[in-house]
Design a protein. Structure first.
Length: 339
């Protein structure tokens, strides 16, 4: 079914081993979560949750990249990837998903962490070297925040990619799936500069937009010097019979409207020379009876098929309109720009 509608690969959290064992394997990706696993285990020390938890449950919205223990989780999470290093069907790897790379991370490290924590010590040392030992929070400028966010993010990148390249030098690193939120990385040129140093393709989960902003797409490419892949986006149809109360995608009235959204959004992506593809989230609708999943994935029409694998043809007929013509459309848009 996927191929008949012009799809040619699988995104994160797919059934990788099942796909690898078919007669005609699809191109696939793998996601591992070293920071997510570390954060989960750290929360256990606080009774299962932090007193002050932010996005994805991170304490004070801070991935703990400066902790020495995190390096153990990187090694443990990435070691199993060695078995994939010769597989020609593997596109590449994601590490983690939607980590909170907030631009006020410098303030948060200094305001909220105890003075003997590795994160506080790293932030204090960075500020001392940049502004002098007498610098206070009042001395921090917008430029300081951007540059520290780059240093903070690069610490994660260095630890993750050094291990990944050692374990599998043959496949691409697809990044950590940036997310569209205020205070975060999608408007931060310093973060993209670092991403371009370490990522082969930059992964971006792109929500809360009816169509791509061409200036923003251009900025991502210019800041990083690398292409990007849209790794999550979708709308939910109110004609699906599902509540559609959770998830980041918008609700629309019908499956045909979902298809029109797909056409409009992807035509915008194809206009950018930095865009190399997209992963619709998800293949299959949520199953409200499956309470083992994350609450955000229990009640919504996100799939191209329903929970019984019946295709949403109103959506898929539109996806085929674009997918079958992708290369012709790219040539058309390139010609338009030249003229």
């Amino acid at each position: 079914m996927l191929r008949s509608y012009g799809f040619n690969g699988a995104g994160a959290w797919s059934a990788v081993e099942d796909m690898r064992n078919t007669e005609s394997p699809l191109v696939y990706t793998i996601i591992v979560s070293p920071m997510g696993n570390y954060n989960r285990d750290q929360r256990k020390k606080y009774g299962g949750s932090y007193l002050v938890a932010g996005w994805q449950g991170y304490r004070f919205d801070l991935p703990m990249v400066f902790d020495k223990e995190f390096e153990h989780y990187v090694e443990k999470s990435l070691a199993p990837l060695a078995k994939y290093k010769e597989d020609p069907y593997l596109l590449g790897y994601f590490t983690d998903n939607e980590l909170p790379w907030y631009t006020d991370a410098l303030d948060c490290h200094l305001l909220y962490l105890a003075k003997d924590e590795p994160g506080y010590l790293a932030a204090r040392k960075w500020l001392d070297e940049r502004k002098g030992e007498n610098a206070t929070l009042a001395d921090i400028t917008a430029d300081d925040r951007l540059e520290f966010s780059a240093f903070f993010f690069e610490t994660y990148m260095q630890k993750v990619t050094s291990v990944l390249r050692r374990i599998d030098p043959n496949h691409m690193y697809l990044g950590c799936r940036f997310n569209q939120e205020p205070r975060q990385e999608l408007t931060n040129p310093a973060i993209f500069r670092v991403a371009g140093k370490y990522m082969d393709i930059i992964s971006i989960n792109h929500y809360r937009k009816w169509e791509p902003d061409q200036q923003q797409l251009e900025a991502w490419g210019q800041w990083s010097g690398k292409p990007f892949l849209i790794t999550e986006w979708y709308t939910k149809g109110e004609d699906s019979g599902l509540p559609n109360a959770t998830g980041a995608g918008w609700n629309v009235e019908t499956q045909n409207d979902r298809g029109l959204f797909y056409e409009n959004f992807t035509l915008g992506l194809l206009q950018s020379p930095y865009s190399v593809g997209w992963h619709w989230f998800r293949y299959q609708d949520n199953d409200p009876e499956d309470l083992s999943t994350d609450p955000s994935n229990r009640d919504s029409n996100k799939g191209v098929v329903d929970r019984d694998y019946r295709p949403w043809t109103g959506l898929l007929n539109h996806t085929r309109n674009v997918n079958d013509q992708v290369y012709h459309l790219i040539r058309f848009f390139d010609t338009q720009k030249k003229n």
